[in-house]
Write a protein that binds this ligand. Structure first.
Ligand code: PEP
Ligand code: MN
Length: 351
């Protein structure tokens, strides 16, 4: 379940919202001919502000049953309460997903897990809106503990106050860490909700495949501009087909001996560089400790903001010359700087 084939990721596609029976069936027929794995449509829509279209609710469940009968496509919807999960199963929905605004709430997730206790229904868990990996894992564990499954995770990006080109910042390091902690868990990327626009959908989908994700969830609408929700990010079935054609699907591994040997060689180099880097960092920390002791003897505060700004400015310029982005240099040096301060503080307080 939720795993990719040699040529394709696991594909979930369909409209943000089930608007009318005709719209749902029209899109489903177009997508069935593209061989997707699962048809999505929201029927209970958790909208940020009141007054927006909140979905057709249970009235749309028979439409999805018709999708399955007419096209053979399996279906999935978002559920946010135990009652919704029960209704969905009653109408033969094949896979349930838990939305980002529900994953944040352990009470809601537990309620859904209890409603589904012991039922072998596949459930996909989107990341919570906030960048909290433990909360994401916690939701997955609540379902696992209730014996629900198989379970998969969907990365849909994280809310951020700062405006970026994305609607929801991807912060790839969080799903990568989820992978490390739960290596068997299928991981899919909802490129539509990360992007919030049509232009970046391919780039984000490709990045997910390059990171060895198992699948994609993408919003597809027959008349995207007229969609009742998330109009800006939805694409036509034709554009979706184009996107699939442009994707390069890398395989997780190979037994080609030449490739493996070259890779081994390059990895050895990386390991050596990492070791060198650790030695350098240790040297830098020893130097910071020395400065800490010196500042203490002279009764000078540890944090010198002027000096820190100076280091950053200089490093941005040097980094750029070496092809390193300001964003990376800042992240890396901030971590180093914080550790320096911690080590200087330890020296001062243990002296
Ligand atoms: C959706 O898939 O339409 C949706 C509301 O997603 P999310 O929970 O990721 O916001
Ligand atoms: Mn949507």
């Amino acid at each position: 379940m939720f795993t990719k084939s040699a040529s394709r990721p696991y594909l979930i596609a369909g409209p943000c919202s089930a608007e009318t029976e005709e719209q749902v069936l029209d899109i489903a027929h177009s997508l069935a001919s593209q061989g997707i794995d699962l048809f999505r449509a929201g029927i209970w829509k958790p909208r940020t502000r009141p007054g927006a279209f909140e979905g057709n609710g249970a009235a749309a469940l028979p439409w999805l049953r018709r999708v399955k009968a007419e096209t053979g496509l399996r279906t999935t919807i978002e559920v946010a309460t135990g009652q919704q999960a029960y209704e969905a199963l009653k109408f033969g929905v094949d896979v349930l997903w838990i939305g980002a605004r529900t994953t944040v709430n352990p009470f809601s997730v537990q309620e859904i897990a209890d409603a589904l206790r012991g039922v072998e229904v596949p459930v996909l868990v989107k990341n919570p809106v906030n960048p909290d990996l433990e909360l994401w894992i916690g939701a997955i564990e609540r379902l696992q503990n209730a014996g629900v499954g198989p379970i998969g995770a969907i990365h849909r990006g994280f809310s951020a106050y700062a405006k970026t080109k994305f609607r929801n910042a991807p912060w790839w390091e969080i799903p990568i860490e989820l992978r490390r902690r739960m290596p068997e868990l299928p991981l899919l990327c909802d490129n539509s909700h990360i992007c919030g626009n049509r232009d970046d959908l391919l780039e984000v989908a490709q990045q997910a495949l390059d990171l060895n994700y198992d699948g994609l969830m993408t919003e597809v609408h027959n008349r995207p501009d007229e969609a009742w929700s998330d109009a800006k990010q939805q694409i036509t079935p034709f554009a979706y087909g184009e996107l699939l054609r442009q994707l390069v699907v890398p395989q997780a591994s190979t037994d080609n001996p030449e490739f493996l040997e070259n890779l081994e060689h390059l990895r050895h180099k990386i390991d050596e560089i990492d070791l060198e880097m650790l030695n350098l960092l240790a040297r830098r920390m020893r130097c910071a400790q020395e400065i800490g002791r010196y500042k203490q003897r002279n009764n000078i505060a540890i944090l010198q903001t002027g000096r820190w700004s100076q280091i950053l400015e200089k490093s941005f310029a040097e980094g750029r010359k070496r092809g390193l982005s300001d964003e990376f240099v800042e992240k890396f040096l901030s971590a180093v700087h914080q550790e320096s301060i911690a080590q200087q503080t330890a020296v001062v307080h243990c002296a």
